[in-house]
Ligand binder design. Structure first.
Ligand code: FES
Ligand SMILES: [Fe+2]
Length: 359
């Protein structure tokens, strides 16, 4: 079920939370969002509740994203039918009687960590305790620069990319890449379903980005600890201290850079994924100039990945029977794909499978 076998074999895990968008993107107008190939209208009611329905009115199939908000309901823009957040029809203009079965599919939605999360599977299984821990996004001791990038590739290729940062040495030479990254062995481990990849670089040359943000003049001890919170959230704990002054894992009072680069992946369709990203830091919280620099640098960095992932996808599409190679640096990638495979199998089993919504 991996994209390395074929992009045409859909590898979506439906019983999971996906970030539809950032909370502050939801305005008074419903918005069209595609998640796991399903088209949704995501909106906020007048009292501020975030909600999502299928982007297809059950009447004549007009997109609900062309409609509007009417109090706590969403109104279709074509003939004015209204539905509440649970999907129940509450108004049919010119018709007194509303048949009880008149509904639109509604998705469970929760706002947490400044993101709008949508549950794409069986609504009975939607438990907001399953949303990954991203507390850095709204903790008063942290600040985050945020954005969204789109890649023309299957979502699993982006999980690979984020778990194996060896590519930074080559793809991101101008920003975060240094020789030491590719030359340092990684360790990887799986605890439960969380896969962690760790790379500790002692006495390393700081990247241009680290020099700029950390003000380092000499060499540094640098770490990258990356984990996949399945199915599709990848968190990179990256930081550095002047060489020889220990790191935060052995000394809490270190004086260096501490950051989290968070990627919440939203599979749009088989060959498209959105990376909803945040770069969180616990220093210089009110430095707008630094925010602007980080945004520029991160956007530039992720842009460098775009053509590689699109090219991988094109090559895979042309060679559906060929397998990829796994190098030593791919140990975490291999374990992550195993977890994803297990989740796919569980998701497809009758106990988890998404029921077809009632007509
Ligand atoms: S298509 Fe929506 S009310 Fe007619
Ligand atoms: Fe990259």
């Amino acid at each position: 079920m991996y994209p390395e076998e074929s992009r045409f074999m859909t590898n979506f895990i439906r019983n999971a939370w996906y970030a539809g968008c950032w909370s502050d993107e939801l305005e008074s107008q419903p918005q069209a969002k595609t998640i796991l190939g399903e088209e949704l209208a995501v909106y906020r009611t007048e009292s501020g509740v975030a909600a999502a329905v299928e982007d297809c009115c059950p009447h004549r199939f007009a997109p609900m994203s062309l409609g509007s908000i009417a109090g706590e309901n969403i109104a279709c823009g074509y003939h004015g039918m209204q539905f509440d957040c649970a999907g129940l029809c509450v108004e049919i203009p010119g018709q007194k009687n509303i048949p009880g079965r008149t509904k639109i599919r509604a998705y469970p939605v929760v706002e947490k960590y400044t993101l709008v999360w949508v549950w794409m599977g069986d609504a009975d299984r939607a438990d907001d305790g399953l949303i990954p821990d991203l507390h850095w996004l709204d903790h008063p001791d942290w600040t985050a620069v945020t954005g969204t990038m789109r890649y023309d590739s299957n979502w699993v290729l982006l999980v690979d990319n984020l778990l194996d940062l060896t590519h930074t040495t080559f793809v991101h030479q101008s920003t975060i890449g240094t020789e030491d990254v590719a030359n340092t062995l990684v360790t990887s481990e799986r605890v439960g379903d969380i896969v962690t990849v760790t790379r500790i670089m002692k006495d390393a040359e700081p990247s241009n980005f680290y020099k700029r943000v950390g003000g380092f003049e000499g060499k540094i001890d640098r770490w990258q600890k990356i984990w996949l919170d399945p199915p599709s959230t990848v968190i990179i704990d990256a930081g550095g201290v002047p060489a020889g002054t220990s790191d935060k894992y052995s000394n809490d009072t270190y004086g260096g850079i501490d950051t989290r680069i968070i990627s919440v992946l939203k599979p749009v369709d088989d060959g498209t994924v959105d990376q909803i990203w945040a770069f969180a830091r616990d220093t210089c919280l009110d430095d707008a100039e630094l925010d602007a620099d980080i945004e520029k640098s991160i956007t530039h960095t992720f842009n460098e990945d775009i053509e590689f992932l699109a090219g991988q996808q094109r090559n895979m599409d042309k060679r559906p029977d060929r397998k990829m190679l796994n190098n030593t640096a791919d140990s975490g990638v291999v374990q992550a794909r195993r977890v994803i495979d297990e989740w796919l199998a569980a998701d497809a089993s009758p106990a988890f499978a998404t029921p077809i919504p009632a007509e």
